[in-house]
Design a protein around this ligand. Sequence first.
Ligand code: MG
Length: 354
Amino acid sequence: MARFRLLKDPDNYVLYDWDLVQDPESLAYWFDHFEVQFKQALKCATERYGCEPDGPERITAAQEHFDRILDYLRLHPDSLPGGRLGVYDICRLREIALRENDIGDPFACLKARENRIALDCYRRTVESHAELAGREKWLALVRGVFAGNLFDVGSPAGMEAPDVPPDFFRSIDGVKPRPWFIDGFDEFYADASKPGGGWSKAVVFIDNAGSDFLLGLMPLVKELLIGGASVVLAANELPSLNDLTVADAQACFDELIGIDPELAGLAAGGKLQIVSSGNDLPMIDLTNVSDELDAASEGADLVILEGMGRGVESNFDTVFNVDAINIAVLKDTQVTKYVGGEILDCIFKYARAS
Ligand code: MG
């Protein structure tokens, strides 16, 4: 594993600075959140694992395992090494409870379903962008990322109805108008529209299955390729919530190039690579990424962190030695407490290389 080479100051990297031990109100919220979310994950897992001979027993064992962890942490929130507790740590303990009981990908069926729905909408999406140019096109692409990022089984709304992702085209109309809560679009567009193109190589950390990746992020990635950049898509090594793994992302991309020959041409010759970030959580520690990602990032001049986990709950204040975008929709009241703003506020943070 490696320290991500695009970090400006890896020695002073802060993964999260929100210690729940010092914030009892938030701590109680997150325990309740994880309790409900875990039950929902196992409900979804039944579809994937329930028919295996010992599947129901493993699901029950995972529930008991995580219950024990939460019960202990409620009594001893400062019991982890260092005495601190972050959402990141509880995510890690959740994944341990799942993986140790062979429930490796509880949302597998849900992800597959979301991907199928989104693939059917892809052509209509890129055709709508093809009618636009310049600033209007980039605005539509960014709004598309917001619309796609609305659905997340780790958020309260997504937890309530994991089988009902919102209609992507209706979601675009629901994206809040500018100025967004954090709105660096004008600076971004000034750079994107520079003569000769904006960037030569972008590293893009991807987030969720379905419309998030296929209808939001990939059209924007395609535009970067059109502008002459090569693109490295960094996806989780292992499943977590409904995030795409590197294998999922590769399978989605293979389907996409079957329906979009222009994208296939743009991506050919190594212009687009899909690599494992080495990560296995919704948030990411950029001082611990895969060697493959780190090597692929050589020469990059843009990094994009998409989604609330990678771009807001972690790495919100991370400084890079290249231009950087944090793009996400706020979907959780506790996260708005952390960064300000309101539910469904849009974040488009653009920081030039420093
Ligand atoms: Mg996610």
